[in-house]
Ligand binder design. Structure first.
Ligand SMILES: NC(=O)c1ccc[n+]([C@@H]2O[C@H](COP(=O)([O-])OP(=O)(O)OC[C@H]3O[C@@H](n4cnc5c(N)ncnc54)[C@H](OP(=O)(O)O)[C@@H]3O)[C@@H](O)[C@H]2O)c1
Length: 294
């Protein structure tokens, strides 16, 4: 069952990219990093190789392509040629091949297209990444999606199946998105599903109003609400790894400690049933944190 051996991936989206959090991660046994070409103002790869070249070989490393710099910001593209060049560039900038390259939020280029056009565009982009993996530019390839609702409307079952599908996870994800993710992963059958952004980038106040500790087996009562939210996120939806961000080694230690807790999956099922039974409910995020578990 997913969650039997949950894995923490240190996500660098909001990271200052300081060495201390990377060394702390290694000390805590966290050996997976997730970054993306556009992070840190498109400098994440180069800053990592400049400041932590000696540490990078100790991590498995995932990165993402699909956003490209343009004057004043970034643009999204699923052009296979640009994606291939971006994968090659990532390896050059990092000074090593990434283990996994993910197609970054492809829904950004699919919105508004017909189903047929979306299918062709997404298929060509997936093929570009699958080819990059086949050619040794990375070990595995995948897709990450902030909003799976658009993707779940594209017929994906005849497209290359990703090694990794990375999706939003946790109590701050609405039932409509969780359902769309289920539809997508059932059709696409990725080898692994990773969760991301279990705290939606912050929002600590939510946990003052909502206590997710009833979702853990009772003997884990000494964990904090945030630790319980993190651990339970591996079941919303079911994922084997979770990309989470922190600049604080103490916070990272708390998250690592939470990995050892056991989730009450019956309580999770009850939570999902409760969300389904309230049409229009957007999950804990919009329901005022009134759900109290079992
Ligand atoms: N579409 C995509 O591909 C996509 C989109 C978003 C995110 N992601 C991936 O998911 C990763 C995480 O996403 P995210 O950073 O947006 O959201 P997140 O992991 O949900 O939230 C990060 C925030 O949680 C706080 N936090 C972490 N551990 C804590 C603890 N033990 N106690 C209190 N606060 C804690 C951090 O603050 P402190 O620094 O103070 O600990 C930080 O502000 C990203 O780095 C990226 O790898 C991917």
């Amino acid at each position: 069952m997913h969650g039997a051996d949950p894995r923490l991936v240190l996500g660098l989206h909001r990271s200052r990219h300081h060495r201390d959090i990377l060394t702390a991660a290694l000390d805590l046994g966290v050996t997976a990093l997730d970054t993306a070409a556009p992070y840190l103002g498109f400098r994440s790869h180069t800053v990592l190789s400049e400041t932590a070249a000696d540490l990078l070989p100790k991590f498995t490393l995932s990165t993402k392509v699909g956003f490209f710099p343009r004057a004043g910001g970034a643009e999204h593209s699923l052009d296979p040629v640009r994606l291939r060049l971006a994968v090659e560039r990532a390896a050059r900038e990092l000074g090593r091949e990434p283990d996994t390259v993910l197609l970054h939020n492809p829904e950004r280029s699919l919105a508004g297209l017909s189903t047929a056009d979306g299918h062709t565009l997404l298929g060509n982009a997936c093929t570009a990444l699958a080819d990059a993996a086949r050619d040794g530019l990375c070990r595995a390839w995948g897709v990450t999606s902030w909003d799976t609702r658009t993707l779940s409307m594209v017929q994906v079952d005849d497209l290359p199946s990703p090694d990794v599908l990375m999706v939003r996870a946790g109590f701050l994800v609405g039932i409509d998105l969780l359902d769309a993710t289920t539809v997508l992963s059932t059709a696409w059958q990725p080898d692994e599903t990773w969760g991301m952004s279990p705290f939606r980038g912050g929002h600590r106040k939510v946990w003052e109003e909502f206590d997710p500790r009833p979702f853990l087996r009772p003997h884990h009562g000494d964990l904090s609400r945030i630790q319980a939210a993190f651990r339970t996120a591996f079941h919303l939806p079911s994922t084997s790894a979770m990309a989470v961000g922190t600049n604080d080694p103490g916070h990272l230690a708390q998250l690592v400690q939470a990995l050892g807790a056991e989730v009450d999956t019956a309580a999770v099922s009850q939570y999902l049933r409760a969300l389904h039974s309230e049409p229009g409910d957007q999950g804990l995020w919009c329901s005022g944190g009134s759900f109290r578990g079992s």
